[in-house]
Design a protein around this ligand. Sequence first.
Ligand code: 3I7
Length: 325
Amino acid sequence: GTVVSFTWYLEGTLSQFSMAVDDYEELLKYYELHETIGTGGFAKVKLARHLLTGEQVAIKIMDKLTLGDDLPRVKIEIEAMKSLSHQNICRLYHVIETPKKIFMALEYCPGGELFDYIIAKDRLAEEEARVFFRQIVAAIAYVHSQGYAHRDLKPENLLIDAEHNLKLIDFGLCAKPRADIWSMGVLLYALLCGFLPFDDDNVMILYRKIVRGKYEIPKWLSPGSVLLLHQMLQVDPKKRIMVKHLLNHPWLMHGDSFAVQWQSKYPLGHLDEDCITELSVFHKCSRESMADVISEWKYDNVSATYLLLQSKKAHGKPVRLRIPS
Ligand SMILES: [NH3+]CCCOc1cc(-c2cn[nH]c2)ccc1C(=O)Nc1ccccc1
């Protein structure tokens, strides 16, 4: 009767709960989880702290069941991010996959989305827009040099880190061909104007505006920025400016004496000696064997610990691990 069915119900709930705890068991070995800092479609992003280094990270949590057809997008993003190591791309540290969940430990960006930053300031002054746009061009030039195109460039996918630098996220739609110049033109327009060049609630009207290629030029835009926008928002892809010509374009160079430094400051092949030393002491093994393990880039806790030590060093913090209590 009632008692039996209630016990059955309770067992059911507990077993589901225990499953969920099992899914988090591996993650909780290496991180302490804190509040949710963002949600985007099929993922929840929580702030966390990596126990061995004490560094804050963002954990992107996805449920395989609710992912459904979006699961391939996640696999594409993980494979792309494993080979992208750059000062303007949100760094992937760790991937944990369980029966029901996929966890990605990513570089933490406390400044939030560029989208919210532009809204809060209404629009950016040309000088500030130029600093940010140089970083976006650097990120895309690097992504293209690795044979990828992001293909989903928008202010929501650019986060601001603790040093007010931009970090690109969401490589779920990236692919081998190249298709980012026009999106960068829309991004630059949004930075300088605070609204989009082509916008409409009706998707068909929006589409017609895009293929027509006509957009408003507010009075505050400088002639240099109007010319650059014209070169990037060309409807015919063959007429659009190419990334390599953006790198030393007059508008991007204005006030700066040098072209955009797009190469990575942290190339994957180079291993930092101090980080290897600290890890080899901690694991009581030789530096050579530690370097070999790191070079396998399994994106397990060894990868995460090495990359977070490298991040600590880049931010002037001691390259030290915490002895687990
Ligand atoms: N629009 C961004 C919402 C928050 O999303 C993120 C935040 C961080 C983050 C926050 N702080 N530091 C890093 C890192 C990654 C993501 C992300 O990849 N979100 C996402 C992309 C596509 C689909 C679903 C979710």
